[in-house]
Design a protein around this ligand. Structure first.
Ligand code: SAM
Length: 244
């Protein structure tokens, strides 16, 4: 229970999912193909890479930003835990959004680069908490030590290396620690449609596919959010996961 936020209830009470909102484990019947054509993706991706929030790089597709805004309002997370800070623009966005919603959600962001290399996070007047950690070994980090103090429900956003190993490691790490009804977003499976999966050893899509195949009781794909603008009309195909 988040003392300062009376609106924080157990996550499973907050978002009422209908049976049809929960997808079967891949590969059947869900494909990882996004709704986007290669012709559409090229300039769209450029826009994502160039996008800024309050002048700070914020590497999000507008469709996913819209879904995140809705999910955050619906879930009213006690904490948002972002893995992969880059310049901190997304963390600033989450912080402002939560304040606008009247939530005092704790915003935590993690990167293996130091704050000096991510100067905008440090320079801002925000209360975003930064931890330096390797996403593949979170149990060795200061985040791990602080995790129990983070208010629930959690929204965890994996946006770091995008390799198979790291995406899979983050899914495994949080499966042990998340509560039913909390969310884990695995970003950027779209790299497969962009032809880049080979550089990431199969990337997030391979991680989601193998993890859900091997541990079908850990997460469901929440298709209400995942498919909000069309089936896998997202940079995160099959990446909107809710803890069982
Ligand atoms: C795509 S950027 C994050 C973008 C940010 N979330 C946003 O939306 O603006 C990826 C970040 O992950 C970090 N990163 C890459 N591999 C990592 C790892 N194994 N552990 C922690 N951070 C990592 C990089 O240093 C980089 O800052």
């Amino acid at each position: 229970m988040h003392e300062k936020n009376p609106d924080v209830r157990p996550a499973q009470q907050r978002i009422k999912r209908k049976p049809e909102d929960v997808a079967a484990t891949p590969p059947e019947p869900r494909s990882f193909k996004t709704a986007f054509t290669p012709e559409f993706l090229k300039p769209y991706h450029k826009g994502v890479m160039d996008y800024t929030y309050k002048g700070v790089s914020c590497l999000k597709s507008p469709i996913d930003l819209a879904i995140y805004m809705k999910l955050i309002f619906d879930l009213k997370p006690g904490s948002i835990i972002e893995i992969g800070s880059f310049h901190g623009g997304a963390a600033l966005f989450y912080e402002d959004l939560c304040r606008n919603y009247g939530l005092d959600t704790e915003i935590v962001t993690v990167d293996f680069r130091t704050l000096e290399e991510n100067p905008t996070t440090q320079a801002s007047k925000s209360k975003v908490r930064f931890y330096q950690a390797d996403a593949e070994h979170l149990e060795e980090s200061d985040l791990h030590a602080a995790l129990d103090t983070l208010p629930r429900p959690w929204l965890v956003i994996e946006d770091s290396a995008h390799t198979f190993r790291v995406s899979h490691a983050v899914m495994a790490y949080f499966a042990k620690r998340m509560q039913s009804g909390e969310y884990l977003l695995i970003e950027d499976g779209v790299i497969e449609d962009q032809g880049g999966n080979w550089r990431y050893d199969g990337g997030p899509n391979r991680a989601v596919h193998e993890y859900l195949r091997d541990f079908p009781d850990h997460y469901d794909i929440d298709t209400h959010y995942n498919d909000f603008f069309g089936v896998n009309a997202s940079f995160n195909p099959n990446g909107y996961l809710v803890k069982r």
